[in-house]
Write a protein that binds this ligand. Sequence first.
Ligand code: GDP
Length: 325
Amino acid sequence: MKINPTDIAEKITKGNRRSLAKAITLVESSRRQDLLLAQEVLKQVMPSTGNSLRIGITGVPGVGKSTFIEAFGNYLVDEGHKVAVLAVDPSSPYTGGSILGDKTRMQELSRKVEVFIRPSPTGGTLGGVSRKTRESILLCEAAGYDVILIETVGVGQSEYEVSTMVDFFLMLMLPAGGDSLQGIKRGIMEIADLILVNKADGDLLQKAKVAQNDLKTALHFLKPKFDSLTTDVLLCSALTGNGVPEVWTHINEYTNHLKSKGLFNTIRNEQFVQWTRRMTEQLLVSDFWESERIDEEWKQATGRIRENKTTPLNECLNLLERYRK
Ligand code: GDP
């Protein structure tokens, strides 16, 4: 079937979910033809993008991310918002398996017409998955979703990646303090805009309060993300819903403060500039290695290096010169 990008773009901006899903499938496709079509759709919807809050959510498996997103998403819908949930799943590129893709998650939320949930794209490097997610964010915005939740697992590089595509980065933690805090990578706490101790209910409430205090103390020793804002630590129970509305209030106060300082859009624009830069670098590297001239030159270079006839830098410079010609 012939796909008409103008037709899809128009339907997306009218909020058509099937067209949105179709465009995301194009964005996720590895076929060059689809990729170009996706770019055409994106270009056309660009003026309708940007009207959302992009919120990253991370935390170790079992911390309660999907339970929280279910509770938070339902709350947002009750408040009149349209919510899209996307995922960046670091396990999928390497193992084909998925930590986040479980279909049974967020069951109530997924049935709501105001909600669009898309499992994480599979295949490709984290850089590839990241581009797909960034483009999917734009498509969801064009379709009228005004809160975009991007979930990722706090186990590696993916949370850094997600933090560079969102306006607000939320880190969920378990109610455990003291020694176990030392296992947390400082870097991750430094990129969080808010830390949320989940499962603050029943027998765990007391532990959660201790964890909150410990985390607040730990944050004192870290470099603040913004001079005029501090990373706060709040308690919540995704299971009972306690503390969920407060998270939304906090996110709004925080992002409104950034807007009042003129930082909100500056940060977004800078994220796009950096993304373009990194993508250019990635494309350049793959173009380099795919080039036939380099293929031949590389074989010769490795031969010379193995025979100790030259230095690696000399060969690098040769290869670059060959590539430029
Ligand atoms: P994820 O792997 O981070 O998505 O975690 P899940 O949302 O799947 O939750 C893992 C387990 O923790 C499930 O058994 C949940 O029912 C439970 N859980 C999640 N949130 C809470 C909470 O606020 N309080 C309590 N007591 N349990 C919770």
